[in-house]
Ligand binder design. Structure first.
Ligand code: SF4
Length: 298
């Protein structure tokens, strides 16, 4: 017999959340890459859901509109709900040929908060283990990935698996402004260390570079991994007139809090050089844009 309070507690938990969850079946699950991710060397992307419940204020995905595979409600209510592809694992079982270099995902975080309530990644990992691609890279900022570590370790016995883990700033006040639903700096570093300790190649990915102490951020990120650092600044219309760009919400936050320079190419290029100097002094490197993300696929 079900515990009588369980339903009520689930309702209270749902009311306390900022998001809700939907499911829909998809017609395909692997997409041929184009643009940034293709330039980095990936052949396919795997996107397990539409709309991301991290809801980061800077996220470029809602600015892609229909080109991001979104519906109007997604870009109008970014982060408030997600729609999982309920048949992702079954589609994968038929779609993988074995020569794909897969990036998961340029359009959603596979370990977004909704994944904790409604797990889809375990079935996807089982499907990939049964029919592995040549390379599988997770792009995430969610410590929830550790839930699936045994499955990821098993997948790594069948194919090349890497994690690109986003670490955006060493300043908690800044993180709370731009990405309040994401994990704290210390928890992210700890997640990178735990993934690395389990033998999974794990990169600290400084993307987007939020206002920070560049030298402190670089030193901590280098200490957590043995890999080069990967990163990307805010997208700026000055440097990139077309295509996906940083959301206006982040630009407003920057303007209010005196961080406008972080959207200026001359300023953020100087920050990139400071981080590169720290990385090179440690015998490693810092790459931005497709060349940096290319290390994930190399
Ligand atoms: S985690 Fe990634 S996909 Fe999700 S809202 Fe943040 S930037 Fe966008």
């Amino acid at each position: 017999m079900a515990w009588p309070w369980a339903g009520l507690l689930r309702k209270i938990a749902a009311l306390a959340q900022w998001f809700h969850i939907r499911e829909d079946s998809a017609s395909s699950i692997l997409s041929r890459t184009t643009g940034f991710i293709a330039e980095a060397g990936f052949t396919h992307s795997l996107t397990p859901a539409r709309n991301c419940t991290f809801g980061c204020t800077y996220c470029y995905v809602p600015t892609m509109l229909l080109y991001g595979g979104l519906k109007k409600e997604d870009w109008q209510r970014w982060g408030q709900f997600t729609t999982f592809k309920s048949n992702a694992a079954e589609l994968l079982a038929r779609a993988v040929r074995g020569n794909e270099l897969i990036y998961c995902s340029p359009l959603v975080d596979p370990y977004q908060p909704a994944e904790a309530d409604d797990p889809h990644m375990p079935a996807i990992l089982e499907a990939l283990t049964a029919r592995p691609p040549r390379l599988f890279v997770f792009q995430t900022r969610g410590p929830l990935i550790l839930r699936d570590l045994p499955l990821i370790e098993r997948l790594a016995t069948r194919t090349d698996v890497r994690v690109s883990f986003s670490i955006t700033t060493n300043r908690e006040d800044v993180r709370r402004l731009y990405e309040p639903h994401c994990a704290a700096f210390a928890e992210r570093l700890d997640t990178v260390r735990r993934l690395r300790a389990s033998g999974i190649r794990t990169f600290s990915t400084l993307a987007p570079l939020l206002p920070c102490d560049p030298e402190e951020l670089a030193a901590a990120a280098l200490d957590a991994t043995t890999e080069n650092l990967v990163g990307d600044p805010f997208h700026s219309r000055v440097a990139k007139p077309h295509g996906a760009t940083t959301r206006k919400q982040a630009e407003k936050i920057s303007a209010i809090h005196g961080f406008g320079g972080w959207h200026d190419p001359e300023f953020y290029n100087s920050v990139i050089e400071r981080i590169r100097t720290v990385a090179r002094a440690a015998g490693r490197d810092f790459g931005v844009g497709p060349p940096g993300f290319g290390w994930l696929a190399a």
